[in-house]
Design a protein around this ligand. Structure first.
Ligand code: NDP
Ligand code: 8X3
Length: 291
């Protein structure tokens, strides 16, 4: 089953690349969507799931990618795959080992970017996680701190250090990965839902603060996406994680990357504020259909 899914995802990417290449060859691209050629895209949490899918999809657009995460070996593996398949040249990928929770490390990573990588056009604040699924009065302090430090403070640090450059250059786009958990709180989701509600508020605030500039702000808010997310939530309990998606067809990381690609390639006067997306088999944070 996992192998079939992997092959399906691979096939989706292959077809996608074919279409993108065809469109670019026929020069239709420039007429109906913004070209990403040579744009610098900074993706946090690119070592897995949605972030890695973003790297794959954007590699085909001619963009230059800065990929960040703590697991540098995973980033290197991804970069090798993308370059081996000729989706992107090695010179168009820059890897950074980064823990977004460490403000000083984030500051140093951004201020020490090589000159040719420093004018970031698009920031995708994707790094994030849930830890635990407990009633609030039974929750683990360490889980709360990890979620708040990563999902809220990490996103703020990256934004605070990268955005001034965008404002100075008068161009840019910030894409935050929220969640339906930021719209609907579910039992035992307490702190995770709180962090994603914060992301929603921060995205709205950012849009307001940037009014009068051409800089765009988008929040992509998915429901269930099968990635390493549940494994991380359940502290490595793979069987429990698998059960989350059993009997239904969840979104794939590629589905979410596709929505991000859509958002960043609209005409410059268009701002996609928010995309809420969920599987057909899901109707709300707590209502799923399992066969
Ligand atoms: P994954 O666990 O597959 O990926 C999470 C990514 O975040 C990894 O690349 C991980 O990299 C990175 N990350 C976590 N903590 C840190 C940190 N401290 N510093 C830097 N990077 C970090 O999950 P998803 O792809 O599903 O999650 C991506 C985003 O999507 C998250 O914000 C999540 O909340 C959100 N989301 C997920 C949904 C789902 O159902 N899967 C639904 C809605 C939203 P590394 O460990 O190498 O640092
Ligand atoms: C992840 C989706 O519903 O598991 O943000 O919280 S959910």
């Amino acid at each position: 089953m996992a192998e079939v899914k992997k092959n399906n995802t691979y096939q989706i990417f292959k077809n996608y690349f074919k279409i993108v290449l065809k469109i670019r060859r026929n020069k239709i691209w420039d007429e109906f969507m913004l070209s990403l050629k040579n744009k610098i895209i900074f993706i946090t949490g690119a070592s897995s799931g949605i972030g890695a899918a973003c790297a794959k999809i954007f590699a085909a657009t001619g963009a230059k990618l800065i990929l960040a995460a703590r697991r540098i070996d995973r980033l290197q593996e991804l970069a090798n795959k993308l370059t081996e398949n000729d989706y992107i040249s090695p010179e168009s990928i820059h890897l950074i080992q980064l823990d977004v929770r460490d403000r000083l490390v984030v500051e140093s990573a951004i201020s020490n970017l090589p000159k040719e990588w420093s004018s970031i056009d698009i920031l995708i604040n994707n790094a994030g996680l849930s830890r635990g699924l407990d009633k609030l009065h039974e929750g683990e302090f360490q889980d709360w701190e990890e979620m708040i430090d990563t999902n809220i403070k990490g996103l703020l640090y990256l934004t605070r250090y990268i955005l001034p450059g965008m404002v100075e250059r008068n161009c840019g786009h910030v894409v935050n990965i929220g969640s339906i958990a930021g719209h609907q709180t579910y039992p035992k989701g307490n702190v995770y839902c709180g962090t994603k509600a914060a992301v929603k508020a921060i995205s709205e605030g950012l849009k307001q603060d940037l009014l009068g500039t051409p800089i765009r702000v988008t929040s992509i808010d998915p429901g269930m996406v099968e990635t390493e997310f549940s494994e991380v939530r359940f502290h490595g309990d793979g069987d429990r994680a698998k059960k989350v998606y059993q009997g239904l067809t969840p979104l794939t990381a590629a589905d979410v990357a596709d929505a991000i690609l859509f958002s960043v390639t609209r005409s410059p006067h268009v701002n996609i504020n928010e995309i809420i997306m969920m599987p057909v088999d899901q109707a709300s944070a707590t209502l799923n259909y399992r066969r």
